[in-house]
Design a protein around this ligand. Structure first.
Ligand SMILES: Cc1ncc(COP(=O)(O)O)c(C=O)c1O
Length: 383
């Protein structure tokens, strides 16, 4: 079995630690150990001081699973299984659910493993396109048309990477009723949950809303603890969770012991953690809005409904690929071209969850305007 190259992660492998100004990150501002310890309750500080470096329980530390279960309306700790980041949760889920000949529906564009893995494991994939003319919104009718009698799995990712869109309540209900009719699982990658710009639009977790719903989340994105590599699956489907857990025994076996304790600490302080992250991204969003207004000749966008990212369209007469290459080479500023998501057109992803975003945006703007003037000058008739 061959899995195709993971374009987005290869892109990061090439640039993340060599480019000084990352303007396309998808995670919230990273927390330091010192900052986290300053938020810790006395009980988790005791756990931290008495930490031992043995193996940990495969499903995750019982206290960690309890804190995670508290994020859902109707789940208990037994309905949570932890993994190494979100990625291992995706891998184990696809390994367990997808068999050759199954039909799977995915949305396009999407985080690549959500479609490459089921395809590599033998599924026939129907991709439902998100279109800019539809404000990147998922069209329920198109999903309805995509369903077949053997549709095993519908794979969603909301809030969505890279468009920052959400699902409306009635669309989510429509998807659940379609899935229920066909006996289909819904896997929803919810790693950007809690960073909705208007919090009243937060969608219910699929793990609460649907008996065959599998929710994926992680400490990486909304919480800002990518380096912990603590992710989890949450579901009412005990048989599925047991099997996914068995698969983990072939991948990482168990979590890193220090990471578990630090994740417990962070989740116990989740209100403060999320509030700081939201404050940064809401401030950055205003700055980004003003930037778009000032540069309407050069870029356009569909305003995202959720942090931490947005898709912009480059309006200059240059391919976004060449633009990106030149930008990173000459200015050290990194944006993510749409090709990483197989997205046609001159689109690119920008991230606005990081504290240094305004400063990097300024560098980007200087370059963008210089390019804009250059192309305007080259269009002028010469005398
Ligand atoms: C939608 C989505 N799912 C999963 C992941 C992987 O998350 P992690 O790095 O925590 O494994 C990412 C990372 O970019 C993502 O955007």
């Amino acid at each position: 079995m061959k899995i195709p190259a993971f374009k987005l992660e290869e892109f990061w492998r090439k640039y993340e630690f060599t480019s000084p100004y990352l303007l396309c990150c998808s995670d919230a501002e990273t927390w330091s150990l010192e900052e986290l310890l300053s938020l810790a309750d006395s009980d988790s500080l005791k756990l931290w001081k008495s930490l031992a470096f043995g193996y940990t329980e495969a499903p995750g530390h019982p206290l960690l699973r309890k804190e995670i279960a508290n994020l859902y309306d109707s789940l208990n700790s037994e309905q949570i299984f932890t993994f190494a980041g979100a990625e291992e949760g995706i891998y184990c889920t696809m390994r367990v659910l997808v068999e050759p000949g199954d039909h799977v529906i995915t949305i396009d564009p999407c985080y690549q493993s959500l479609t490459s893995l089921p395809e590599a494991f033998g599924a026939t994939i129907t991709k439902v396109q998100l279109k800019p003319e539809n404000h990147w919104k998922l069209d329920l009718e198109e999903v309805r048309k995509a369903f077949r009698s053997n549709t095993k799995l519908l794979i969603l990712n909301y809030p969505h990477n890279p468009t920052g869109t959400l699902l409306e309540k009635k669309v989510l209900e429509g998807l659940i009723s379609l899935a229920r009719k066909h006996g289909t699982y819904i896997f929803c990658d919810e790693v950007y949950r809690y960073l909705e710009i208007d919090e009243t639009l937060r969608m219910p977790s699929i793990a609460d809303a649907y008996e065959k719903g599998i929710a994926l989340n992680v400490m990486t994105k909304s919480f800002g603890f990518a380096g912990l590599r603590i992710g989890w699956l949450a579901t009412q489907d005990d048989a599925f969770l047991h099997e996914a857990g068995s698969y983990k025994l072939y991948t990482s076996i168990c979590n890193s012991a220090p990471s578990e304790i630090l994740a417990i600490m962070a989740l116990r302080a989740k209100e403060k953690v999320l509030q700081r992250n939201r404050d940064i991204l809401l401030k950055n969003l205003h700055i980004l809005e003003a930037f778009i207004k000032r540069n309407q000749e050069y870029v356009s966008w569909i305003r995202p409904q959720s942090g931490t990212m947005a898709i912009l369209k480059l309006l200059l007469p240059v391919s976004v690929e060449d633009f990106t290459q030149d930008l990173v080479r000459s200015e050290g500023v990194l944006i993510m071209p749409g090709s990483v998501f197989d997205l046609p057109g001159n689109f690119f992803r920008i991230g606005f969850g990081k504290k240094n975003m305004p400063e990097i945006l300024q560098r980007f703007e200087t370059y963008l305007q210089a390019q804009g003037h250059h192309y305007a000058a080259s269009r002028k008739p010469s005398h």
